[in-house]
Design a protein around this ligand. Structure first.
Ligand code: PLP
Ligand code: COI
Length: 360
């Protein structure tokens, strides 16, 4: 299929420069949105059509909109970074586009062509370029998503969908700098089971995680760590991040079990860590391995990684049965080295040797 042309309809009421600058001085995460959005419709028998770049505005929904009832909805998250020459580049958008297609397949939704996904992101970033923060690790976070727009209460894949891209300037996901997070091992609740939707980026996975996130907060922890659904023993991932375990020069990340999200940051770090000379692998790590490695000193660092959170050290662990500090509880050397290497590529401070940056 051909990529629909994205017709530009610039906002007649963009935010005043001073107001935008005020927001960019302290953007937070996901609190402010740029002046525009891209929308593309899909209808059974017609395919993708009516691609538009329009002013950011509320969507109007029928109360019987199928997504509100049966949650056929998927999303992505990727970032645009200001480059040293003042230009802008996104990080591996084709990977997000591919994962979006995989999520769509799992959820019985139509697959948006990779080039349309990228063209939509490019159109929005180009139009709202002034919203890309000026420097450092601050970025413009892009949130492409798709949901069923058909009206009706029959339980089946919908025959109409809307794809939308919105953008939000992003500072640190965890305010307060690179501060280790505390994690709660969720043994009561599970996020995803074999054959379920865990590897898809679909809203229901996040909805299912919230009660455990609230439990983590009650326990004084920042984030939940999910275990496998069958044995409740193998480490899977966190609510919005993958995990890495550092044993000196050896680095291991939980293998893609089918019930955790195949993170793009995770995949990129497999390459970056190898480039930096670490011995890196994917494997199975149990709660006991974590506790034991911590006790005997072989496990030197643990960190979480993802688009929004970049790389965040894990400082302490708590479960219903035990709690422990990860190594000395401070950001580890390997964690910080990998964090810098990744951000240097994204911000153009280091050469893009893997061809990951997509210049606009
Ligand atoms: N795991 C979950 C559940 C996520 O929501 C995310 C964020 O997108 C990740 C992992 C990390 O994925 P990525 O590095 O592609 O952002
Ligand atoms: C991301 O890192 O893009 C995420 O989706 C994590 C979270 C904000 C849901």
């Amino acid at each position: 299929m051909t990529t629909p042309t994205i017709e530009l309809k610039p906002s007649s009421h963009p935010l005043a420069d001073e107001e935008r600058e005020r927001i960019l001085a302290n953007p937070g995460f996901g609190r402010h949105f740029t002046d525009h959005m891209v929308t593309i419709k899909w209808t059974e028998g017609r395919g993708w059509h009516d691609a538009q770049l329009v002013p950011y505005a509320p969507l109007s929904l029928d109360p019987a909109n199928m997504t509100l009832h049966y949650a056929q909805t998927i999303f992505e998250g990727l970032k645009a970074y200001r480059q040293p020459d003042g230009g802008v580049a996104t990080f591996r958008p084709e990977q997000n586009a591919e994962r979006f297609r995989a999520s769509a397949r799992r959820m019985g939704m139509p697959e948006l062509p990779v080039e349309t996904f990228i063209a939509a992101c490019d159109a929005l970033v180009t139009q709202d370029k002034a919203w890309v923060p000026g420097s450092g690790e601050e970025s413009l976070y892009l949130r492409p998503f798709m949901f069923a727009t058909e009206v009706g209460l029959g339980v089946r894949p919908a025959n109409e969908y809307l794809f939308v891209v919105i953008a939000s300037p992003a500072g640190a996901y965890f305010p307060g700098g690179v501060k280790p997070v505390s994690v709660w091992l969720s043994e009561e609740y599970v996020r995803a089971a074999p054959g379920g939707t865990g590897a898809a980026k679909t809203g229901g996975n996040y909805a299912a995680s919230l009660v455990a996130q609230a439990q983590a907060a009650e326990q004084g922890c920042d984030q939940v760590v999910w275990l496998d659904a069958i044995e409740r023993r193998w480490i899977e991932e966190m609510g919005g991040m993958n995990l890495y375990f550092v044993y000196g020069n050896r680095i291991v990340t939980p293998e893609l079990s089918g019930s955790l999200l195949p993170g793009i940051t995770r995949a990129s770090l497999l390459r970056i860590a190898a480039d930096l000379g670490y011995e890196v692998s994917e494997g199975r790590i149990s709660v006991d391995d974590w506790r034991q490695g911590n006790a005997d000193g072989s496990l030197t660092e643990v960190f979480a990684c993802g688009t929004a959170a970049v790389i965040t050290p894990v400082g302490s662990v708590k479960s219903a049965r035990a709690s422990w500090t990860v190594a000395d509880g401070r950001p580890g050397e390997v964690t910080m080295k990998l964090r810098k290497a990744l951000l240097d590529i994204q911000t153009g401070a280091a050469p893009d040797t893997h061809g990951w940056m997509h210049r606009l």
